[in-house]
Unconditional design. Sequence first.
Length: 255
Amino acid sequence: MSSGIITAIVIVVVFVLIILSSAIKVFPEYQRGVIFRLGRLTPPKGPGLFLIIPIVDRVVRVDLRTITFDVPAQEVITKDNVPAKVNAVAYFKVVDPSKSVVEVQNFILATSQIAQTTLRSVLGQSDLDHLLTERDKLNARLQEIIDEQTEPWGIKVSVVEIKDVEIPTSMQRAMARQAEAERERRAKVISAEGEYQASEKLQQAAEVLSRTPAAIQLRYLQTLAEIATEKNSTTVFPIPIDLIEPFLKKQMKAD
């Protein structure tokens, strides 16, 4: 066998091996292969081992794992005309590999742009108090709107969370003064309610004592006992006039 024939055989074998290696594809569990055969879409393949037709087929890898995306901080003017800078995080994944390739050029970039515009739109319709205290409702609203717009691309947005809300320093000081005033107001209201309840109880006690003269004497003696516990006080104990009245009468007769 001549050297030329051997060289040709080697070339053919190498060419066959190259063709076979390009025809065999192995994808992990979290990936799918979107196949275009002569430009036409065919059903996606994977995971595991599958074969394609070299030169005729073109394979696009699509990752099905959840993607975490930080939405850049957005300048927002709230409904009550307060400027704020808000950023968020979004979690989404591909649920239809074919649509994610055919319906949109870059689904990650497209989802990012939708998230940014939706964040500005939704938060611009809310006032500052809702933005700070009702984040759960705003998060649900953002997730619903973004998911609705990305559904035609085969993208499922599972979670959108507002991370940080930055407001001007002057507004922070105003909010601190407002919170302090609110605390003082509540303290005064609680004190007034306590005084009112105490006055009602004293009125009830006075009515009970007025119906029972003996109770007044007992309360009087109890008060004296409480005063007597103080070592640094002098107690003047008045004598009831009924006790000394007979002596006064005798003295007047003797005179």
